[in-house]
Design a protein around this ligand. Sequence first.
Ligand code: IMP
Length: 427
Amino acid sequence: MKTKLVILGAQWGDEGKGKVVDLLSANFDAVVRYQGGSNAGHTVVVNGEKFILHLLPTGILHPHTIGVVAQGMVVDLELLVEEVQALEDKGLRVWDRFFISDRAHLVMPYHKLLDSLFEKKGKIGTTLRGIGPSYMFKFGRKGIRVCDLENPDNAYRLMKENLEFVKDLCEKVYYQRQDLSLEQMFEKTMENYRKIKERVTDTTKWLLEFKGRVLFEGAQGTMLDIDMGTYPYVTSSNASALGLSNGTGLPPKYFSTAEFWAVSKAYTTRVGEGPFPTELTDGVGEMLRNRGGEYGATTGRPRRCGWLDLVALKHAVRVNGLDGLILTKLDVLDSFEEIKVCVAYERNGKLTQDLPANLELVGGIKPVYKSFSGWLKDTRGAKSISQLPPQAIEYLEFIQEYIGIPIVMLSTGPERDEYFWMVDEKA
Ligand code: IMP
């Protein structure tokens, strides 16, 4: 039995973490989100009903779990209150089952405004949820934290200072008027704060004292990590395992007894701008998008699609120190006659299996593929490896061999029970 389990995204996000965390958290007592914010959209289908969670940990869908919104997250209080209420309206008791860190930073309306202004110059293709600007304020020591709302005078002063700064930035740099009302923003923020006040706590202390089993739910993916991803086309937090300690306030040693697993699709997708070596802009990419339903859970944008990039996946194995991989959406490949995986990058006639730090290099590389014949059979809902066609088994075996860690679980469809374990030792 694992007492601490970390689930991360191995690619550019949207790997199917929502479903995986949901089914694994049945065996855990607390589930923790620790980086990012409402840019995440974790989708879970329970009894045909679709839930998309943006801020609360997905594991909260199990009535016995406690959800923790830890200090490394940037939280849009308005959305948090809406999300909790929406789950309550569906009959789930949530108000007394989650904690939010007093040290978490807020996403304010002016962060969303700046997100869209920044996007006009130098497009990253963000989710426009104010994530980057909120982290900018945090690291620029202008952020407002949940604990700052305890004293309304202090909160008002901080909001006033920030709004003046944003107003100057908008008008003097972007020649854009901004008419956000300080009074309205303050009233609304305090109204939302009063609703969640009882749930605010020192989540680091709480986690250190907690005796139950804890699952840490990463958002986005390793390739979107601010340090180890395809910078600057990344999100503004450490979406890899690097974010665990600063995102929770827990000492690195705490995680020495944790198991690290990451989720990857059987192919690759990416939303937003930035390099994507195996992207397919032809009919094959279109087929992946249609068969996989590849449209963003947060923004509805069509996702860019391509073959599985094993060079990028191996990068994720190294950076995260992964113990196992969870593979999703194998069934999307069911109707392809030929399936390819990228096994190296070629640049100026030279081959490499490393991801270059310099994006100009990533942009100039050509993927080198290994080709597999497709299985042309339905794998949806398979319950054991013996139910998979031999070509699919060959595909999975090649992936494991290349990345050097086992595929521990295969997800075989969107429903909670559509998966099977590939190893004996389970979560
Ligand atoms: P931001 O996180 O909204 O600043 O967006 C930065 C980049 O990360 C953009 O390319 C987004 O599309 C991408 N991104 C952010 N969150 C997610 C996610 O949950 N899944 C997939 N991509 C994401």
